[in-house]
Design a protein around this ligand. Structure first.
Ligand code: UD1
Ligand code: CA
Length: 476
């Protein structure tokens, strides 16, 4: 698999993307992203690195963060199962090349698979793990700097001190503070397991020395794998130096199972909420608002409690999203009011100052400026003209069991409550539809259409009925 993905455009200056990455570019750098592990602890049919965080595969997070360094090359080491998955990685916005590691024989073996692309590269090679998606570009840049600034260092490793060192590799430092070796958890004795400084999994290596060092790594260990983490001991044996720099634990946590996935999701959400608030949005109860990596939120937006925002949502300035609303694939234009309890589904566009109220679902619907759909409606595959008023309980019957059809409602039209609009059908501008109608034919502009059983009333009939019947005995 070999894939190039063009950078995505961030064309809308009115809205800020939630994710923040502001690392300065680092010159002469190649990033290698390892994504070919088995990921067995996820117990999933989906490859681990494609599990999403804030609606974006964790692998795409790593690619995007690497891209923030503007490296010369980005090389993905993929498992055969990842072939074809690259389309889903486009929104990482990074051009990358791929190699396949046919069998997951270990992290050193995985890096060695990049030889056809990177042999002869003389800059820094920064190895990143696709299951460590929260690392910021700044931290990656700091690691590369650490290697360059530690005189003659062949490599630099990123360390951290997790609350629970669990199964992480341990970093053993020499008296001068440089790294003597990394001991994998599986290989560590009791005393080594007490070391609190752990391996985050990122390594910057002098590109000129990388492949000769990898060639010297064997697989004589508990797992029978080629460990990249054997590299610092080899460097030391050759009289060289490996630098160490530390990162905050919540940035470098590895995701190996679903519990760690959930912790990482929480961290990503906290970052996105923070970015939204910094950008000028009010989140009444931030911990209950769920955002996506590509959510764009303008200024003076208010988002109430318990709102879930899926992929592809743009919220313009001054919009109010009331509690318990669910949005995906929708643009909500200036000062529109959504919810409470509204569901906005993909392909929708809500116009300036429009209202989509409680228990209203819209799908592939364009709701023009100032239109109101305030209560208990389903509006799908539809256009609703500016200023139109859609009464409570209006349903567009867009599906006949075979095909979807459209409903067009003109500007300023008034649809009475509990109307069924059987698509394809249109209601012209300024027309009025009587409540309870089942509209199957187009309604002309400015017409009044009523399509329901006629009301009949027989004078005195209720009284006559009562007289015919004996009163029922009273309950005791
Ligand atoms: C690895 C480190 C450990 C570190 C931890 C940090 C090694 C040997 N150990 O352990 O020191 O504390 O990460 O999270 O590197 N991969 C491949 N091909 C393979 C094997 C793995 O591409 O043959 C990829 C995986 O997809 C994953 C990454 O490399 O993204 C790390 O592999 P994983 O098996 O998760 O290593 P850990 O046991 O977590
Ligand atoms: Ca891991």
């Amino acid at each position: 698999m070999s894939q190039r993905v063009s950078p995505s455009t961030r064309a809308d200056p009115a809205c800020k993307e939630g994710a923040a990455s502001g690392a300065a570019p680092v010159r002469a750098l190649a990033c290698v992203v390892l994504a070919a592990g088995k990921g067995t602890r996820m117990r999933s049919a989906l490859p681990k690195v494609l599990h999403p965080l804030a609606g974006r595969p964790m692998l795409a997070h790593v690619l995007a963060n690497a891209g923030a360094l503007a490296p010369e090359r980005v090389v993905l080491v993929a498992a055969p199962e990842l072939e074809g998955a690259a389309e889903g990685l486009e929104d990482a916005g990074v051009a990358f090349e791929s190699v396949v590691q046919a069998k997951p024989l270990g992290t050193a073996h995985a890096v060695a698979e990049t030889r056809p692309l990177l042999e002869g590269f003389e800059g820094d090679v920064l190895v990143l793990y696709a299951d460590t998606p929260l690392v910021r570009g700044e931290t990656m840049a700091r690691l590369v700097q650490a290697r360059r600034e530690t005189g003659g260092a062949a490599a630099a490793v990123l360390g951290f001190r997790p609350e629970d060192p669990a199964a992480y590799g341990r970093l053993l430092l020499g008296p001068d503070g440089t790294l003597e070796r990394i001991v994998e958890h599986a290989e560590a004795d009791e005393a080594t397991r007490k070391v609190t400084l752990c391996n985050a999994g990122m390594m910057a290596v002098d590109g000129r020395r990388l492949f000769p060092l990898l060639d010297a790594i064997g697989n004589d260990n508990a797992k029978g794998e080629y460990y990249l983490t054997d590299l610092p001991a080899l460097v030391a044996a050759q009289g060289g130096v490996t630098a160490v720099t530390e990162a905050p634990a919540d940035e470098v946590m590895g995701i190996n199972d679903r519990a760690e996935l959930a912790r990482a999701e929480r961290i990503v959400q906290e970052r996105l909420r923070h970015a939204a608030m910094t950008g000028g949005a009010t989140l009444t109860d931030p911990a209950t608002v769920w955002l996506s990596m590509d959510t764009r939120i303008g200024r003076d937006v208010t988002i109430g409690p318990n709102v879930a925002i899926g992929p592809g949502v743009t919220i313009e300035d001054g919009v109010e999203i009331r509690p318990f609303s669910h949005l995906e694939g929708v643009r909500v234009r200036k000062r529109a009011v959504i919810g409470p309890h509204a569901r906005l589904r993909p392909g929708s566009d809500v116009g300036e100052g429009a209202r989509v109220g409680n228990f209203v679902e819209i799908k592939s619907a364009t709701v023009e400026r100032g239109a109101k759909i305030n209560h208990l409606s389903y509006v799908g595959d539809a256009g609703v003209g500016a200023g139109a008023n859609i009464g409570a309980g209006t349903i567009t019957c867009n599906y006949d069991g075979y095909a979807k059809s459209r409903t067009e409602i003109g500007e300023g039209a008034f649809i009475g409550s509990n109307t069924a609009l059987v698509a394809p059908v249109s209601v012209g501008p300024g027309a009025v539809v009587g409540a309870g109608s089942v509209i199957t034919e187009d309604v002309e502009a400015d017409a009044i259409a009523v399509a329901r059983g006629e009301q009949r009333a027989r004078k005195g009939a209720a009284a006559r009925r009562r007289a015919r019947r004996k009163p029922a005995p009273a309950d005791d």
